[in-house]
Design a protein around this ligand. Structure first.
Ligand SMILES: *Cc1c(COP(=O)(O)O)cnc(C)c1O
Length: 227
């Protein structure tokens, strides 16, 4: 399959899942995760209409942004936010998906230039309670998110999760629905979150059925990554 036909199939699958979840076809944003993928492949999906790209590594992202002189895309930083990179992340991205430390957030907010709109951010939640993984624990997320929401140059948009793969579709569904309930509870507690960044190549239809608003898809769009 060409990149274009793969792209169109994934885009259609995202739209179909959105409709199956009782929403409009464009209720879910397809975020193309382009880490480890070539400029040529990125250009091919751009030419198909893709306008949201996600990267994990700052240096790689900055090189691609310099080569691709697009002015009408949003760039999402989906990797871990290292404190010593916050200035450049705040300068070169529209979204940051994986906030899990107050210090990172303070530095991003302080660094975000006044001529740019506030930086859109999501809180990374360690939904599997895995001590080896990053992310805010479920019990801390309300207090953490409320603090982020006060930061002047950040726009708190929602929650990002990266659940471990489950053996069955049913088990996937259970964890995704638990995340959706958590977001609903946060909104009931006074936040106004409109984004649930959840679902990747292997599990995005289930994530959308559970209420994801943004799926982060790499290999299913572009093929295997260069190592
Ligand atoms: C790499 C990555 C993805 C994309 O993973 P695929 O399995 O290739 O779709 C999504 N989210 C994050 C945070 C990633 O690092």
């Amino acid at each position: 399959m060409t990149i274009a036909s793969t792209y169109l199939a994934v885009d259609e699958a995202v739209r179909n899942a959105a409709v199956a979840s009782g929403r409009t076809p464009d209720a879910v944003t397809l975020l193309a995760i382009s880490k480890g993928q070539s400029i040529a492949k990125m250009q091919a999906v751009y030419d198909c209409g893709q306008r949201a790209f996600g990267e994990n590594y700052l240096q790689e992202a900055l090189e691609k942004q310099a080569a691709l002189t697009w002015t009408d895309v949003t760039w999402h930083y989906v990797g871990r936010v290292q404190t010593n990179k916050t200035r450049e992340i705040a300068a070169h991205f529209d979204w940051v998906h994986a906030l899990d430390q107050i210090k990172q957030a303070e530095r991003l907010s302080a660094a975000r230039a006044s001529h740019l709109p506030p930086l859109n951010v999501c809180v990374a939640v360690n939904i599997d309670h895995n001590p080896k993984k990053t992310g805010v624990s479920e019990s801390d997320v309300l207090a953490f998110a409320k603090t982020i929401a006060t930061m002047p140059r950040l726009h708190l948009r929602g929650v990002m999760v990266l659940p471990e793969p489950r053996d069955t579709v049913e088990a996937q569904r259970v964890i995704f629905c638990r995340v959706k309930t958590m977001v609903d509870d946060l909104n009931a507690a006074g936040l106004s979150l409109d984004t649930l960044s959840m679902g990747m190549s292997s599990d995005f239809p289930e994530a959308i059925l559970a209420g994801s608003t943004m799926v982060r898809i790499g290999t299913a769009l572009f093929g295997a990554r260069a190592t």
